[in-house]
Write a protein that binds this ligand. Sequence first.
Ligand SMILES: [Zn+2]
Length: 372
Amino acid sequence: MADGLSARDIFVRHGLIAEGDAGTPCDSVRDLGGLFVIPGLIDAHVHLCLNPAVRDPLAQSLPEDAILLGEMRERALAMLRAGITSARDLGGGAHLELRIRDEIREGLLPGPRLLCAGQPVTSPGGHCHFWGGEAASVEEALSVVERQRSHGVDLIKIMATGGNITPGSKPVDSQFDDETLQQVVSRAGQYSYHVAAHCHGTHGIRQATLAGVQTIEHCSWVGENGWGRGFDPSVVAQMSSRNLWVSPTINSGWRRFQDEAFVEMVRGNYDRMKAAGIRLIASTDAGIPNIYHDDLPRALPEFARFAGLSPVEVLKTATSECAEAIGLGKIAGRIKAGYSADFVAYDRNPLADLGVLENPVMVVARGEEIAL
Ligand SMILES: [Zn+2]
């Protein structure tokens, strides 16, 4: 199939998948016999600047830029070695991830293709305010967008609700009024930027949906009665009538949730979203405490468990469908002529056991084989 396992020969020329047959001349030949090949994995939500070993988010910005850049380069390489060949960086404070993006793009550094949001728009004292994107009015929010543009971002991130890692910020609470969200999406659209909205609470999910964002991050349905318990079919109906995607950031940390009643409740929410036609993409929020940047292969079995996805469905959320959602649908996410030569090989079939994803035997990114 074009976006899943491939048993065909794969021809690579100038970093792209090429049309070819057995007689096509090649620079180098690798025997993929007996291996299972999928498109390179894509993580829709990471933070390269965050150190997952650090528990206090306020301590995160402490290293000197030069030290932090070194750590970020190591994280980018770790992602690539895990088979992650593209990712969206959804926020940092110093725009260092844009330098990493450019070094990778220029071939100076091995790493995934990155799309970067820079400083997320947030409310004064709001979620991740320490990254510098605070805005107390529509005008200030638009000036945060303009500042990200001047730094050369690829998309805009807005914190529609509070979050977990910022003291004083509550996931259930909305951070902005409808007008601010709409103006930010409108301004971003003028520059052809997608908007990714961090949304835990149900009210914020509704606001971001009506404002027209492209991706809802987390989508936790936090209500007055707790996590997942604010599920609202009327919001789902609004979401399904728009062309948005949900990026749930279900990562390997979700292994800790073994209580069957909780799992059933969350899966029920996903079943109802899927029945309404809501499209899901894989994401990990890598960089938050204990979630390392190469988490995605470990995260996908958890995503499948909570969202009720078959192995082929969950692989699509991390390849072809993720590429489409984040604006890379014409260049990445498929093993198809004209697409970037990004693929991963395994010695066992990941469709039979998603655990196989943790042990790639070959990673190729933009036509270059990565030393594992
Ligand atoms: Zn995040």
